[in-house]
Ligand binder design. Structure first.
Ligand code: F6P
Length: 328
């Protein structure tokens, strides 16, 4: 292991996700295992600029593996977007004796880290953590599995009332501009239709599908809509449109919103976060920098962070076909 790294900073940034705390815990404990000091940085890049640091040891992270959110908080930082702000951040890290950073977050977090590394040659390793699962270089981002289970649980509840009142529900889910949450949770919850930005179903095909559901005897339906979907109407406009066009439908809307970001992480996300934290710290100790840790073929992998931010996560075409068949 490289002797150059004696003190590692860890921070969370961007939208929080279940499993962030498990990742923090793993980074801190791996540092302790290797007798490396670990500094917790509050509120991401803003916290670096302000020197909002806290020394952390193995005991500092007890009891957090099962907690949603992030004990290190997250914040957006206008200052870090400026060269002057990044210079202040660099000086703060040097003054604190921090030799490298583990960045827990999404593509925005990694983009910031890349700029910082280019300006100051400061070692960084990224851990992908967002419910969107929209990051190239890993099949799973931390938080995605938990969000799927939250959405499926919510849709199961909505289906009870939909079937009691013979209603159609449009359920909007998060995912920014990708449809991974909508597609996977839609299949998992048995949705009749799933609208995602990657596959524009179009209004006519939606109406046709809803008509077929009715004709096949379905008395209630769930349509899961990714927030980034491009059908051209938001869920409230879709409600009005369907009610005006298919008068036999009584329609309601449910926007799941930020509850998809909370709750205790699933076992899968806790294990993933624990594995990624070890890989991130040990990669730094091996002298590696500018990589993102990822899960590929069930194994921990490193992807150059420049590729991770430039790449696009792709929708699973086979799963798309499964969804189509399941809506028969
Ligand atoms: O990136 C995670 C995410 O939850 C997206 O799915 C969503 O569009 C966005 O963050 C919401 O951002 P904010 O928490 O700033 O409203």
């Amino acid at each position: 292991m490289s002797g150059n790294i004696k003190k590692i900073g860890v921070m969370t940034s961007g939208g929080d996700a279940p499993g962030m705390n498990a990742a923090i815990r793993s980074v801190v404990r791996t540092c302790a295992y290797h007798n490396i000091e670990c500094i917790g940085i509050y509120r991401g890049y803003e916290g670096i600029i302000e020197g909002d640091f806290k020394s952390m040891n193995a005991r500092s992270v007890k009891g957090i593996i099962n907690k949603g959110g992030t004990v290190l908080k997250s914040a957006r930082s206008k200052g870090f977007r400026t060269p002057e702000g990044r210079k202040v951040a660099y000086d703060q890290l040097i003054n604190a004796g921090i030799d490298a950073l583990v960045l827990i977050g999404g593509d925005g977090t990694f983009n910031g880290g890349l700029v910082f590394n280019k300006e100051f040659d400061f070692p960084i390793i990224g851990i992908p953590c967002t419910i969107d699962n929209d990051i190239y270089g890993t099949t799973h981002t931390i938080g995605f599995d938990t969000a799927l289970n939250t959405v499926v649980e919510c849709i199961d509840k909505i289906r009870d009332t939909a079937s009691s009142h013979n209603r159609l529900f449009f359920v909007e889910v998060m995912g920014r501009d990708v449809g991974h949450i909508a597609l996977n949770a839609g299949v998992g919850a048995g949705a009749e239709e799933i609208l995602i930005p990657e596959e524009n179903l179009g209004l006519d095909r939606l109406l046709d599908s809803l008509n077929k559901s009715k004709q096949s005897g379905k008395t209630s339906s769930i349509v899961v809509v990714a927030e980034g979907d491009k059908i051209g109407k938001n869920v409230f406009e879709l409600k009005d449109y369907v009610e005006a066009t298919l008068d036999e439908y009584d329609v309601r809307v449910s926007v799941l919103g930020h509850m998809q970001r909370g709750g205790p992480p699933s076992c899968f996300d806790r294990v993933l976060a624990s594995r990624m934290g070890v890989k991130a710290v040990e990669s730094l100790l091996e002298g590696k920098t500018n990589y993102m840790v990822g899960l590929i073929n069930e194994q921990m992998n490193l992807t150059p962070i420049e590729q991770a931010v430039k790449g696009k996560s792709k929708i699973d075409r086979e799963l798309l076909r499964v969804a189509d068949i399941m809506s028969t």
